[in-house]
Design a binder for this molecule. Structure first.
Ligand code: NAD
Ligand code: LMR
Length: 332
């Protein structure tokens, strides 16, 4: 039986990530090959013409799953009855800037858009914040949209998760799909903690711990962590633009696993509302290992945390507490 289309909002749709993600959504990469979609694309007035150009290309691509396209600069029209909201709109970091530098511009956008989502989106709308500072924008969105359940507001750290998988697969010369259960703890920033203590690789002789196969704790505890933490900056340096295709792909992975579930025995990283798990202050939007089932995420419990990890998990939590204070001071 044909499924009803789901409405997917992409804000900042005329931008780089927008241009990469809308065809992925329309091809079923986000919600599966049988799920029709209606795309809602929002951008601001100066980008209206470019946004209309994206709409023209979507029509020209004749995607079988795409049942409608709304391209608008009206936030209310954009949010109407959306089931999934991918919040990409904002200003990206340029070379030499820290994420804090984009704070002032971006958090005020998220305060405004919170009310539009709260009033006009479908009641069970799942929200993914991509725009930086992603965790803090999501926190502001949550706090200014109190009627949206906190479990429905998340931020993207899947790109960092995928980067960690990529680095391990390159190092071990194994397929990236054979590497599982890395964790990104904390902020989508250079204080994030990419943790391989529970990660494993599927080999011809069964599952093996990543630490055992890499057999170089010095590399894992220094260069590996720094490479993942600094990958966003490395892409900006190389492209003179921030990551786009990998960010779009990771956003699709995030929503697909959230809606359709994580494979048994594996987890992914998502920036979610902290319930105090692992001693992380309640109410922060912090990246945890999560499993997803029936459209709900749950934080993986009971993982052993050593002293090295504890210090890194706390350092990134501290940065999020500081960012929260800074965000509120920007909002005035
Ligand atoms: P971009 O500048 O190419 O596109 C951003 C778009 O947002 C532009 O078209 C702009 O007009 C639009 N915009 C600005 N204000 C808006 C508003 N109020 N409402 C709707 N749209 C608005 O930037 P990009 O490269 O696509 O990056 C977008 C964001 O994603 C940036 O903040 C970037 O830092 C962030 N990012 C996050 C991750 C992650 O892993 N979390 C990865 C890459 C990029
Ligand atoms: C990334 O991680 O690629 C993005 O968040 C861009 C950035 O500012 O680092």
């Amino acid at each position: 039986m044909a499924q009803n289309p789901l409405r997917v909002l992409v804000t900042g749709a005329a931008g780089q990530i927008g241009y990469a993600i809308v065809p992925m959504i329309a091809r079923g990469v986000m919600l599966g090959p049988d799920q029709p979609v209606i795309l809602h694309m929002l951008d601001i007035e100066p980008a209206a013409e470019a946004l209309n150009g994206v709409k023209m290309e979507l029509i020209d691509a004749a995607f079988p799953l795409l049942k409608g396209v709304i391209a608008t600069t009206d936030v209310v029209e954009a949010c109407k009855e959306v089931n999934i909201a991918v919040m990409v709109g904002g200003f990206p970091r340029k070379e030499g800037m820290e994420r804090k530098d984009v704070m002032t511009k971006n958090v005020s956008i998220y305060k405004k858009q919170a009310s539009a989502l709260e009033q006009h989106a479908a009641p069970d709308c799942k929200v993914l914040v991509v725009a930086n500072p992603a965790n803090t924008n999501a926190l502001i969105l949550k706090e200014f949209a109190p009627s949206i359940p906190e479990k429905n507001i998340t931020c993207l750290t899947r790109l960092d998760h995928n980067r960690a998988l990529g680095q391990i697969s390159e190092r071990l010369k194994v397929h990236v799909s054979d590497v599982n259960n890395v964790i990104i703890w904390g902020n989508h920033s250079s204080t994030q903690y990419p943790d391989v203590n529970h990660a494993k690789v599927t080999t011809s002789s069964g599952e093996k711990p990543v630490r055992e196969l890499v057999a170089d704790d010095q590399w894992l505890n220094t260069e590996f962590i720094a490479t993942v933490q600094q990958r966003g900056a490395a892409i900006i340096k190389a492209r003179k633009l921030s990551s786009a295709l990998s960010a779009a792909s990771a956003a699709c992975d995030h929503i697909r696993n959230w809606v359709l579930g994580t494979p048994k025995g594996t987890w992914v990283s998502m920036g979610v509302y902290s319930d105090g798990s692992y001693g992380i202050e309640r109410g922060l939007i912090y990246s945890f290992p999560v499993t997803c089932e029936k459209g709900e995420w749950s934080i993986v419990q009971g993982l052993k945390i050593d002293e090295f990890s504890r210090a890194k998990m706390d350092a990134t939590a501290k940065e999020l507490i500081e960012e929260k204070a800074l965000a509120y001071s920007c909002l005035g």
